[in-house]
Design a protein around this ligand. Structure first.
Ligand code: WAQ
Ligand code: MG
Length: 266
């Protein structure tokens, strides 16, 4: 038996046919049973209700996960949805995404159709994903034990050490590693989770508090992409195993002008 064999564990749950929650990670063999327990409990205890249908997949990875570092994280002090949108426009247009595309993404996320995956949009806002209802799901990402401990410590100082933030940062770090991806907008579909984020390779992961009002049960993700093979991008997002092996700085509330001035290099 080879040592350091890795497994992708994925969970999704539903209640009366409606999606409740999903989670995933990459683990070594001796971590599997613990995670199966954790993910099952998560599906059974959720703000959106107790799942009546839980799917767990445990898959041995044939490919060694690619190790990358996380995006740096910070938070803007956005006061409401309008402020969050304004900040998103400022930051995302500065990396070449057209205002029209960002408006289009906000509109699509606000109509109330929850997709399982993310929209892919070109910089003009034209949708490029082959399945417009489902979107593209990013899978096969995880974090090493050491990096996870480091991330918990860094987020803990900011009072942000929870699965929602950690998992979103892991997902975004995988996504923005791919050159074709210019930016991302994310709003949780959890009715009580009102902080969203935008991300770009240069600026990192930028949290946007109060991007939606409490009680709204939908959200979504949009990846803004530039020229290249969409097929290859989708294959990377869905299939290439990637693990976060080191953590970039996580900072407290920052001003938008500081974000724009301080581009990190990856
Ligand atoms: N791949 C692509 N899209 C996804 C995936 C995935 N693996 N998982 C979820 N989505 C899409 C889908 O349309 C969901 O409705 C939407 O994103 C939101 O998913 O730092 O919890 O899991 O405090 O509800 C942001 C954390 C939390 C901000 C985001 O997203 C912070 C969150 P959710
Ligand atoms: Mg959710």
């Amino acid at each position: 038996m080879p040592r350091n064999q890795y497994y992708s564990i994925r969970m999704r749950s539903a209640k009366s046919g409606v999606h409740i929650s999903g989670a995933e990670g990459i683990y070594e063999k001796n971590g599997i049973s613990n995670m199966v327990k954790k993910y099952t409990e998560r599906a059974l205890i959720h703000d959106k209700g107790r799942a009546d249908d839980i799917h767990l997949v445990i898959e041995e990875l044939k490919e060694k996960p690619k190790k990358i570092s996380s995006l740096p994280l910070c938070t803007l002090n956005t006061r409401n949805a309008e402020g969050a949108k304004k900040a998103s426009l400022k930051i995302l247009t500065s990396v070449g995404i057209k205002e029209r595309a960002i408006e289009e993404a906000f509109n699509a996320l606000e109509v109330g159709i929850s997709m399982r995956g993310a929209m892919l949009m070109d910089i003009e806002g034209v949708r490029l994903e082959p399945d417009l209802l489902r979107g593209v799901r990013v899978t096969r990402m995880g974090i090493t034990k050491q990096a996870s401990a480091d991330l918990s410590r860094k987020l803990g100082r900011l009072n942000l050490n929870n699965d929602t933030v950690k998992e979103a940062l892991i997902l975004a770090s995988k996504v923005h590693r791919y050159r074709m991806v210019l930016g991302e907008l994310c709003i949780s579909d959890d009715p009580y989770y009102t902080t969203g984020y935008i991300a770009t390779r240069a600026y990192g992961y930028i949290r946007l508090p109060r991007i939606k009002k409490r009680g709204i049960p939908f959200g979504g993700r949009a990846f803004f992409i530039t020229g290249g093979e969409v097929k290859d991008l989708i294959k990377y997002l869905q299939r290439t195993p990637v693990m976060i092996g080191s953590i970039k700085p996580c900072s407290d509330t920052v001003k938008i002008k500081d974000v724009l001035a301080r581009k990190s290099r990856r």
